[in-house]
Design a protein around this ligand. Structure first.
Ligand code: FPP
Length: 266
């Protein structure tokens, strides 16, 4: 947290917000559905791809802010298995953007000690993207800061299907299957589950993202379109997160010692 505060101008809106947060109650893992690039472009009478391009700046700022906050993992939904249905030119441009991002971002990732990881059916990615991705993953493998997971050609259901298939290939016996084992077969194996799921641009959907992992995540929906989503909006989502009382199916702290109905106390 002090790294983020040091990067902000004292007295600025972001600095005041960051100062008000409890550094001991930050999410360990944040997941983000980056939505609204198309609407952002439409509002400006620009082609949709201009929205995706502008969205890369948000990716950069949110990644750097999470690294400075000391967050352990950030998972970004960059391309879903359903996104192939978009016009060919848009799909092509998205992969081109990702390739450029990976190539140009390496120094910033290194500076912030970010370790890159990818989840999803990455074997189906265009080979030039795959090469760039493998290069940056290998180059950042020893970094000990934030783990940035890019969800590429990803969907939560496909991830579960792949986990079941892998278990069967490994000859796992039915009685050995439990929640812990399933988790170890997911792309996010070894990471804490997302404490916070943020969706930009106002839609109230989970869109097939991290279906297994978000069972107890706090969902914060921001009305800000992704290309406008900046550190300030991340801090606002964190403030909202810290207002929530997480129960994980139990009862609230104040209700722990509640007296059963009919039992008299003095
Ligand atoms: C959803 O907006 C966004 C996407 C499908 C792609 C997200 C990609 C980026 C932010 C840029 C590249 C990513 C990285 C990691 C460098 P939408 O097009 O569905 O928006 P709309 O709902 O307003 O049409």
């Amino acid at each position: 947290m002090h790294e983020l505060l040091a990067s902000l101008s004292p007295g600025s809106e972001e600095w005041i917000l960051a100062e008000s947060l409890n550094p001991r109650n930050l999410p360990r893992h944040i997941a983000v559905i980056m939505d609204g690039n198309g609407r952002w472009a439409k509002q400006r009478r620009l082609p949709r791809i201009a929205g995706h391009k502008a969205g890369v700046d948000s990716v950069r700022e949110i990644t750097e802010s999470c690294a400075r906050l000391g967050i352990r993992a950030l998972t970004l939904y960059a391309f879903s298995t359903e996104n192939w249905k978009r016009p060919g030119m848009e799909v092509e441009a998205l992969w081109q953007l990702l390739k450029l991002y990976l190539r140009s971002e390496l120094p910033t990732l290194q500076k912030n000690r970010v370790k890159l990881h990818a989840i999803g059916r990455t074997e189906e990615l265009p080979s030039a993207v795959k090469r760039e991705l493998e290069f940056v993953i290998a180059a950042t493998a020893e970094n000990d800061g934030l783990q940035l997971n890019l969800a590429l050609n990803y969907s939560g259901r496909a991830e579960i299907v792949d986990a079941v298939r892998a278990m069967m290939w490994d000859g796992v016996r039915p009685e050995a299957v439990d929640e812990g084992l399933i988790e170890r077969y997911l792309g996010t194996a070894g990471l804490p589950e997302p404490d916070l799921l943020i969706r930009s641009s106002g839609e109230m959907r989970v869109s097939n993202f991290l279906l297994w992992q978000i069972a107890y995540s706090e969902l914060v929906v921001s009305s800000t379109l992704w290309p406008d989503f900046r550190c300030l909006h991340l801090l606002e989502a964190l403030q909202e997160y810290q207002r929530r009382e997480r129960r994980f199916g139990g009862v609230g702290e104040g209700e722990q010692k509640e007296v059963p109905v009919g039992v008299e106390t003095r």
